[in-house]
Design a protein. Structure first.
Length: 295
């Protein structure tokens, strides 16, 4: 497979001896993976590794990005940022806001889960980043798939099943900020069901994050809202599953091998990450850490 180099191929590609290559592998200094007892080296990751180590003239140097992950909020991501001791803070403002901040150099990474009005959402994240101005050097790393749906009061007293049932029951529906992934999903669900905003009992003010929406439902200010199963589970609320979505991390290629992101990625590869995802509910971490796009 051309995208995966064997040890001797990687050594030739990097113009290193195999002994030196093994030294780098032994200290975790080079991107690689072990499959059935053999070390393999993703060529795209080697290219990013080389780029990250370039000596840049002072006049062409890049200003350091703040150690912040912008974009969407997620309970598993919050846990991973804390327990990896990566030094990255969280600024949850919504997926689209996170991408804008990343393009302006105001955050080091953005967490995103985007949705379309029509069509398959499987490539919504990769298509948006590929077309985004100012993100020509971005890379997308899979964080997880997660289950999205309606969070409701325990026992689902209104018997809600989908967005059409929300409109029919006149249920008070919590909202998220414009450009947030959950709000994009809500708008897409409305469009697909032929439901207008006037058909729904939308409450204000909007809820900044999923846990804020969960609190609104738990306090009785809203009957329901779009959020992940993990939010419902943490809040002790009911959950009506609607779909699974991709939740990805976006950062610039030159930042991929910096200590902060690498500490986070290292935790994502450990069994404890899978254990935590299972306990939080509603996560699929099968392809966590996979490179989904290199611009």
């Amino acid at each position: 497979m051309a995208d995966l180099l064997t040890t001797d191929e990687a050594a030739d590609y990097l113009r290193l001896s195999e002994r030196k290559l093994y030294e780098l592998v032994s200290v975790g200094a080079i991107p690689c993976t072990k499959v059935t007892g053999r070390w393999l080296f993703p060529k795209a990751a080697l290219d990013r590794w080389l780029t990250a180590g370039l000596a840049t003239p002072a006049g062409l140097s890049f200003a350091p990005r703040p150690l912040i992950v912008g974009g969407s909020q997620d309970p598993l991501l919050d846990w991973a940022l804390r327990d990896s001791v990566c030094g990255l803070a969280s600024l949850p403002e919504g997926s689209e806001a996170g991408l804008r901040r990343l393009a302006r150099g105001e955050v080091m990474a953005a967490a995103i889960h985007l949705h379309r009005l029509q069509g398959d959402d499987e490539t919504a994240n990769t298509d948006a980043v590929a077309q985004a101005p100012g993100l020509h050097d971005a890379v997308i790393i899979a964080f997880c798939r997660r289950e999205q749906g309606l969070i409701v009061a325990p026992g689902n007293p209104l018997g809600l099943t989908d967005i059409a049932s929300v409109a029919k029951a006149g249920a008070r529906l919590g909202q998220r900020p414009a450009g947030a992934g959950a709000q994009l999903l809500l708008v897409a669900l409305m469009a697909r069901a032929g439901i207008a905003a006037a058909d729904l009992a939308l409450i204000t003010p909007v809820c900044p994050t999923g846990p804020d929406l969960g609190q609104a439902v738990r306090a009785g200010h809203a009957d329901c809202g779009v959020a992940s199963r993990s939010v419902a589970h943490a809040a002790g609320l009911g959950f009506v599953p609607l779909l699974w979505e991709r939740f990805d991390l976006v950062l610039r290629q030159r930042d991929y091998f910096l200590p902060g992101p690498q500490a986070l990625f290292e935790l994502m590869r450990k069994p404890v990450f899978r254990t935590q995802a299972g306990e939080m509910r509603g996560y699929d971490v099968t392809d966590t850490g996979a490179v989904r796009l290199v611009n």
